[in-house]
Design a protein around this ligand. Structure first.
Ligand SMILES: [Zn+2]
Length: 60
């Protein structure tokens, strides 16, 4: 078998990508971020999206 590149790409992230704390729930592991950090990140993404819309407003 020469297909050494064909590995099962199981990407389990067990550390929060934001605070690098341990992720305990399967959902957090699947998302790669803890629940508290997920809320913060969502707020940041919303703020970033709002910033993009603001730029859109300026362009238009
Ligand atoms: Zn975290």
């Amino acid at each position: 078998m020469a297909d050494t590149d064909e590995r099962p790409t199981v990407k389990l992230v067990v550390h929060c990508r934001r605070c690098h704390g341990w992720l305990l729930s399967p959902r957090s592991i699947a998302e790669g971020i803890g629940p508290t950090c997920a809320i913060r990140e969502r707020a940041e993404q919303r703020a970033a999206a709002a910033g993009e819309w603001a730029l859109f407003d300026i362009a238009a």
